[in-house]
Design a protein around this ligand. Structure first.
Ligand code: 4AD
Ligand code: MG
Length: 430
C-alpha cells in the first residue's frame, strides 16, 4: 500500500510503500538509516543488512543525497521515542541516482543558495516556508469569502500607473505602444464592485523599486480587496479581521512548519488581539519621543516602523496620512482635507508594513484635480473616472503584500526566502 509520510502513525505493523527523495543517510556497520522526503514530510527508514537481499543492501550503499527512490517496508514504532515511527525496509527501488548534490549539510552563503534556489527549495526550512505561504493564501481566500468577497482577476499588462509613475516596468506592446506591468489591480477591482459588491484579486504585481532591502521584491504577490459601501473605519475592521484570521489559521495548520522555522509562536498568539491605532500625526509625535529624526510630512522609513512597533504585541495601524505623500485615489478626510482617509498596517517584531489601504475618492472633479496635480495623463484614466460618473458610492479597499505576510508569520529574516523564485534588482535567475 502506497502511503504518505503524514499517515505513518496510522499504519503500524502494515507493509507500505513510500516514494520520495533521499534527504539524509548514515550507517553504522550492517545498519543504514535513511531520512526520506516524500513531499508531505519525512520518513525514517532502517535497512538491516541481515534482513534484506544483497541487491537491496547494495542499493542502500549506493544511494546518494537527493536520489529518487521507492522503499517498501513494515511501519514500526520508534524503539525509544514516543509518537515517532520508522520503516523497516524490505525493498528499495532506485529511480535515479543523484551525483554530487551541490547543497550539502555544511553552511552555504546566501548567494550560493539563491543561485541554487531550484534545489534549495528541498531543504526543511524552505519546505516549511512554502507550506506557510500556501496556508496564508488559503486563509486569505477563506476569510474574504466569509465576508462576501469574490475573486475577480485584474490584468497584468496595463496602460497606466496605479501607485505612481516612478516604479513602473515598461514593456513594448505591439502597435499600441507601451504597456506597464501592474503595480496593483486596485483600479480594476474598483470597477468590479459596481457589479459584485465586494471583490478581490490575488496575483503577481511589479515594482521597479531600486530599494535593496530585506523587504522589497520587484515581483511580488498582492491581494487587493475592494468593497462598496464600506468606509474608512469598517475598512480597518476588515483588515484587522483578515490578519487575525491569518494568524489563527497558521497557528492551527502549520504547527510543524513553525517548529522547523523555530518561530516563537507565543508572539504570534499575542498579536491576535485588538490592534493599536495611531493617526499619522500621533505616530510622528511618538517617533520623536522615541528618538527618531523623522520630520512631519515624511514617509516612515524601515527604522521608524521598527521603532514604533518595538514595544507593541499587536500590529499598529497608522491612519490619516498627509495627502502629499499618498496616491491620487485616496479620499480626503472631510474633517481635515490635508489628510487622506487611509491606513498603513505595521506588523510586529520589525516586520514592517503589511497592508496599505484607504477609502477611495468618489467625486469625479476632486479626482481630476488630484490627477492633474500628480501629472497623470487624464486620457489613460477616463474609464476609471466613469466609475464616478455612473453610480459612485462610498467604497474602500486595501492591499496586502503576500511575501511581507509570509516573512512576518515565518519570522524569516529576508523576503527573498518567502517566494519560490524571488526577483530583486540584482536577481533574475534561476
Ligand atoms: O502600499 P501599497 O503600495 O498599496 C497599493 O498598491 C494599493 N493599491 C493597495 C490597495 O489599496 N488595493 O502596496 C500594498 C502592500 C504593502 O503594504 C506591502 O505589504 C506590499 O504591498 N509591497 C511590497 N512587497 C514586497 N516588495 C515590494 N517592493 C512591495 N511594495 C509593496
Ligand atoms: Mg504602502
Amino acid at each position: 500500500m502506497e502511503i504518505r509520510s503524514s499517515e505513518l502513525g496510522r499504519q503500524v505493523g502494515e507493509n507500505v510503500t513510500v516514494k520520495g527523495w533521499l534527504f539524509n543517510k548514515r550507517s553504522s556497520g550492517p545498519i543504514a538509516f535513511f531520512e526520506i522526503r516524500d513531499g508531505f514530510g519525512w520518513v525514517s527508514a532502517v535497512i538491516n543488512k541481515n534482513d534484506v537481499s544483497l541487491t537491496v543492501w547494495e542499493n542502500a550503499e549506493k544511494l546518494t543525497q537527493e536520489s529518487s527512490l521507492i522503499v517498501t517496508g513494515i511501519v514500526a514504532k520508534h524503539p525509544k521515542k514516543e509518537n515517532v515511527f520508522e520503516l523497516q525496509v524490505s525493498d528499495i527501488q532506485i529511480l535515479q541516482l543523484a551525483k554530487d548534490f551541490p547543497i550539502s549539510k555544511k553552511e552555504h552563503g546566501p548567494d550560493f543558495l539563491m543561485d541554487n534556489r531550484h534545489l534549495w527549495l528541498r531543504s526543511k526550512s524552505q519546505w516549511a516556508i512554502l507550506r506557510v505561504r500556501d496556508a496564508i493564501i488559503t486563509a486569505i481566500n477563506g476569510y474574504l469569502h466569509d465576508q462576501g468577497f469574490i475573486k475577480v482577476d485584474s490584468p497584468i499588462f496595463t496602460p497606466n500607473a496605479c501607485e505612481g509613475t516612478t516604479t513602473l516596468f515598461a514593456v513594448p506592446y505591439f502597435d499600441l505602444g507601451t504597456a506597464y506591468l501592474s503595480q496593483s489591480g486596485q483600479l480594476y477591482i474598483e470597477a468590479a464592485i459596481a457589479s459584485v459588491g465586494r471583490c478581490y484579486d490575488f496575483g503577481p504585481v511589479f515594482r521597479a523599486e531600486k530599494s535593496k532591502t530585506k523587504r522589497h521584491l520587484t515581483e511580488f504577490w498582492m491581494m487587493d480587496a475592494e468593497a462598496a459601501f464600506v468606509e474608512h473605519d469598517q475598512n480597518l475592521q476588515i483588515q484587522e479581521g483578515l490578519v487575525r484570521h491569518v494568524i489563527r489559521h497558521c497557528l492551527t495548520n502549520c504547527a510543524q512548519e513553525l517548529v522547523i522555522l523555530e518561530r516563537d509562536v507565543e508572539k504570534l498568539k499575542k498579536a491576535d488581539a485588538p490592534f493599536v491605532r495611531y493617526t499619522y500625526d500621533e505616530a510622528i509625535q511618538k517617533l520623536a519621543e522615541l528618538g527618531s529624526d523623522i520630520k512631519h510630512g515624511e514617509d516612515l522609513g524601515n527604522d521608524d516602523e521598527v521603532l514604533l512597533t518595538k514595544n507593541s504585541d499587536v500590529p499598529i495601524f497608522i491612519e490619516k496620512w498627509p495627502k502629499e505623500i499618498k496616491p491620487f485615489y485616496m479620499k480626503l478626510d472631510p474633517a481635515n482635507p490635508n489628510r487622506a482617509l487611509n491606513d498603513d498596517l505595521i506588523a510586529t517584531e520589525g516586520a514592517g508594513e503589511l497592508i496599505g489601504g484607504s477609502q477611495r475618492e468618489e467625486d469625479v472633479d476632486v479626482l481630476i484635480e488630484r490627477m492633474k496635480h500628480e501629472g497623470l495623463n487624464r486620457a489613460d484614466y477616463e474609464w476609471y473616472l466613469d466609475l464616478r460618473r455612473y453610480g459612485a458610492v462610498p467604497h474602500s479597499g486595501f492591499g496586502i503584500g503576500l511575501e511581507r505576510a509570509v516573512r512576518w508569520i515565518t519570522g524569516v529574516e529576508h523576503i527573498r526566502e518567502t517566494i519560490p523564485f524571488p526577483r530583486t534588482i540584482s536577481r533574475l535567475k534561476p
